[in-house]
Design a protein. Sequence first.
Length: 156
Amino acid sequence: MASGSLPRRGVLLGGLAAVVTAAGLAGCTDTEKPPPPSPVLPVLAGSRELVAAYDAVLVRHADLADRLAALRADHRRHVQELTKRLGSATPSASASATPSTPVVPDGADAAVAMLLAAERRAQQDGTTACLSAPAEYATLFGSVAACRASHVAVLS
């Protein structure tokens, strides 16, 4: 064996090891993709918006308290349960932001009509969320959507 062939083999083997290592690490990165947002977030945001709408109507039309208090309480319970189900997941800025206070009409009937429209939109959103949710959330989202649908019936 010639003394010059050993270093050349060493260089070739070293080069081959470097290529294999580089190929093996090509898919590795230092940054991990963040997990997808929780499907709970949009349903939670919708429930918070409904609570804000009911709160605003009741501030402006306190005489509607007997009619609306139980409906608002349902949405507050939804917020509590959805927040609990969200667990340790970090909500996005848009989901954790305080909902804006809606402009409430002067007349009580118009204010109830505003809530009815909000409940209809929320019920549709809840149904969509239920149908597209992972199985673990389908029952919860379905019950929220059903509750919103019952509110539509009460307010109609």
